[in-house]
Unconditional design. Structure first.
Length: 346
């Protein structure tokens, strides 16, 4: 947006300290970060009076009532992009249809993630669906420090390797058990665990105390007897995806609903996931159709599939290529959004 519209400035709001740190490192010139205001009329009004936006874009399913109504009241054009309305949320909003209609009627633009999301949003009160498309297909590959990659590659020194990415509470113990099962077949196995929230490093290390652990946050190196390399740092998932040929996507052995598998697919990992994938159901379903992902139901099945993949390089290659093709197959949403925004930003 900044490249196409040279006269604009962008204010990006998020709600977490972690996101604020990442934005501080990555946002370009003419882009600013602020925490989103508490969703009360007075707080939102003060925020808007200071920043005075002309166009306001919401992302995914962050429908904060006072923020929407006050932003509309101040005269800004409202849009929602990557709009998502799960069946569970839809069923809840149906019982507050007057409120949903009042809120969703404020949006002049609505790009839905899928046709099903669009159908639900229309029923709840969006005036029209501007387009269909998931922004996650347009994301660039996750960044990676190539010097760090070379150093870790040297430390790993040809060992069999896989990564459990974006794990949630309850999953790390499972991953430790799977490691021990697979290690009986591959004694040199190294398992990388990258928790969704890096601050859980102490907790995870305590759970896996019976294994040899090296923690990245403590600058500990991988040694020949290291079982688990704990990537308890922020913003380095791209590094670990480039190191590990096989990736298990976390949040899927517990009822969280999963994390984004396209990040691993775009880099060329062979991808495994559990059954709880409702946050990314359309993406996972499409990847399954393209034979680009394996879904497993139990830790025992995960161990069996890992052994199979570690043995079968050809199977890994086919799945990796299928995953990359899938990740590249549905882009173009950004261009369609930019075309619609021209009327408001030129």
């Amino acid at each position: 947006m900044l490249a196409v519209f040279p006269d604009i400035h962008i204010l990006l709001t998020t709600v977490t300290v972690t996101s604020a740190k990442i934005m501080r490192e990555r946002l370009p010139v003419r882009a600013l970060h602020q925490f989103v205001p508490v969703d009360t009329p007075d707080a939102v009004a003060r925020f808007l009076d200071h920043w005075r936006p002309q166009v306001a874009l919401w992302v995914d399913s962050e429908l904060w009532p006072n923020s929407i109504m006050e932003t509309r009241k101040c005269g800004a054009v409202l849009g929602i992009i990557n709009a998502r309305m799960s069946e569970k949320s839809f069923n809840c909003w149906r019982f507050a249809r007057p409120l949903s209609a009042r809120l969703l009627s404020c949006f002049s633009l609505c790009f839905a993630q899928s046709a099903e999301d669009g159908k639900r949003l229309l029923e709840l009160g969006v005036p029209a669906i501007t387009g269909i498309g998931n922004l996650k297909y347009d994301a660039p590959p996750l960044p990676c420090n190539m010097q760090e990659r070379a150093q870790l590659q040297s430390d790993i020194s040809g060992r069999h390797l896989w990564v459990a990415a974006s794990t949630h509470p309850g999953e790390e113990k499972i991953i430790g058990d799977v490691h021990q099962a697979v290690k009986r077949e591959f004694p040199d196995l190294l398992t990388v665990i990258v928790p969704r929230h890096a601050k859980r490093g102490d907790e995870i290390a305590a759970q896996l105390h019976s294994l040899h652990i090296a923690r990245r946050s403590n600058h500990e190196t991988v040694k020949p007897d290291t079982d688990i390399y704990l990537g308890d740092t922020m913003g380095e998932l791209g590094l670990f995806y480039r190191l590990a040929p096989i990736a298990f996507i976390g949040g899927t052995f517990v009822a969280h609903g999963g994390q984004n598998p396209l990040e691993a697919a775009r880099i060329g990992c062979t991808i495994l996931t559990g059954r709880h994938t409702h946050n990314f159901s359309d993406i996972v379903s499409g990847m399954q159709q393209d034979k680009a992902i394996l879904c497993v139901g139990t830790p025992e099945e995960l161990a069996v599939r890992l052994i199979q993949l570690l043995r079968d390089g050809e199977m890994r290659r086919k799945m990796s290529e299928a995953a990359m093709r899938h990740a590249q197959s549905k882009g173009g949403t950004i261009e369609r959004i930019m075309k619609e925004l021209q009327a408001y930003l030129i």
